[in-house]
Write a protein that binds this ligand. Structure first.
Ligand SMILES: [Zn+2]
Length: 483
């Protein structure tokens, strides 16, 4: 049942001992592709009359064979079919690039052109890549023990150069050896999983190269096996409602028939709301300034500052999201020690359409569209699985209608003030976010208690689980009746 997770491990390359030649080769590995692709796009555009055709529905198709005839010489075919000269000899422009790589770049360029990318003097060229993904077959990671190695570096990664190096008229692939700064933490993390691929990245801020390993980790199981004492814990369902003003509210439904303070949880950060507001104010002010035309001399300064501010805001936001996730995970872990716990999160799929234009205030809509619940949910799920939760214990279900119905009797409610819901038929008044959370948990239980055998689909991943996984929840049936 346990699902493996891909984790990233960042390791610094010892940049200070890299030779200039090695650095140059690193640049060639990451930066080469884009230059060739750009070249290809220009060639296609220049010869578009010869090699492009239009389909019936007006789309442009590029003939790849004809493009090859313009760009690549051939040497491995019969004498009479050999192309010795071509109008745009790419092999002469990029002598270190292999045939296969030209082919890859050609396919990307053709795709770009067919999608509508055109070279133009005003448009900046395709950005120079500062990262390159290298799959498992193209590198090896080695550890040299102290006795066998007289250098200071114990860990090396060897990347098979995809560039052709010529020796005695035959091409072969050299290995580029990079020294790694591997701490004990890194070594521990490496032992947990299998290295799948790596990414080379250049950090512009520090002018350093880094290796990002992608590890496939099999998380430990949080719950003891069925034969052990897991059945001795009472079962519980935690419903979580994601909101905008309050990021998340949770209600824990336990075998007890009443809710107390212990079973209610808000995840809320006052400081964040203030910081968020301040950044948004600053950004909007600057944007307005940039849109005005009268300060022609200072304009580039404003743009530069705007870019800086946006970047900073993004980083602050990310840090906040991670903090939020770790808070939620902590609470869930404490609950999981006391109960046989299932977590159900509402996925607000239709909220953007329902609260669309003309139906709520502009400010609210802006908040709504900037709110990335999908990211939050994915991160939460990942964090829990990494801590050993089974995937069927973290479910995402559609939350439609959960916050507009009474959590006691199920009838439609009204909202007298913001943040409260009131049911006119049973007279119950409750916090609106908690109503949502409670209804999400109840909706989940409702699916389980349907008479036919059912499967539950996780909204986020589309995985299906049969209801036999949730049999322990049958002890919570009293939550379905009106309280
Ligand atoms: Zn009611």
């Amino acid at each position: 049942m346990v699902e493996d997770v891909v984790k990233t491990l960042k390791v610094r390359i010892k940049n200070e001992v890299l030779t200039t030649r090695k650095k140059e080769r690193l640049w060639r590995i990451t930066g080469r592709d884009t230059r060739i692709i750009e070249k290809y796009v220009r060639i296609i555009h220049h010869n578009r009359r010869k090699i492009c055709t239009k389909t019936k529905n007006g789309k442009i198709r590029v003939h790849r064979g004809k493009l090859d005839e313009l760009t690549l010489t051939t040497s491995k075919v019969k004498e009479e079919e050999r192309r010795k000269t071509v109008p745009h000899d790419l092999k002469r422009m990029f002598p270190y690039c292999s045939h296969n790589e030209f082919q890859e770049c050609r396919d990307i360029a053709v795709q770009l052109y067919e999608q509508g990318y055109r070279p133009s003097p005003t448009r900046p060229p395709i950005k120079r890549a500062r990262r390159q993904l290298i799959n498992g077959k193209r590198f090896i990671l080695i550890h040299l023990p102290k006795e066998k190695n007289n250098t200071l570096t114990r860990w090396w990664v060897g990347i098979r150069d995809s560039l052709d190096t010529w020796r005695r008229n035959t091409p072969y692939h050299q290995k580029l050896w990079l020294p790694l700064e591997m701490s004990t933490f890194h070594q521990k993390e490496l032992k947990k999983g299998r290295v799948k691929s790596l990414e080379l990245r250049y950090k512009r801020s520090t002018h350093e190269w880094w290796v990002y390993f992608q590890l496939r980790v099999l998380p430990p199981s949080f719950y003891p096996t069925k034969e052990d004492n897991s059945s001795s814990l009472p079962s519980a369902v935690l419903g979580i409602d994601l909101g905008i003003n309050i990021p998340a509210a949770g209600v824990l439904l336990t075998p007890k028939k009443k809710l107390t303070k212990k079973e209610i949880k808000f995840w809320y950060n006052k400081q964040w709301n203030r910081i968020n507001h301040r950044y948004k104010l600053k950004l909007s002010r600057l944007q307005r300034k940039a849109a005005l035309n009268d300060q022609s001399g200072k304009k580039h300064q404003i743009y530069r500052f705007l870019a800086l501010l946006r970047r900073r805001y993004k980083n602050v936001k990310r840090a906040y999201i991670y903090q939020f996730i770790s808070d939620v995970v902590q609470t869930i872990e404490t609950y999981a020690r006391m109960y046989d716990l299932f977590v159900v999160v509402g996925y607000p799929k239709h909220i953007r359409e329902e609260k669309g234009k003309g139906k709520s205030t502009r400010n609210f809509r802006r908040k709504l569209h900037q709110w990335n619940f999908s990211l939050v949910l994915t991160l939460l799920r990942r964090a829990l699985i990494l801590r050993g939760f089974d995937p069927h214990r973290i479910l995402t279900i559609e939350e439609r209608g959960t916050s507009s119905h009474c959590s006691r009797c199920g009838r439609k409610v009204i909202r007298p003030v913001r943040g409260l819901v009131h049911c006119s038929s049973c007279g119950y008044t409750f916090h609106s976010d908690l109503t949502g959370a409670m209804n999400i948990a109840r909706k989940f239980l409702g699916v389980l208690f349907r008479p036919q055998g059912n499967t539950i689909t996780d909204y986020l991943t589309g995985q299906r689980f049969s209801s036999t996984h949730f049999i322990v929840c049958l002890g919570l049936s009293h939550w379905l009746q009106p309280q």
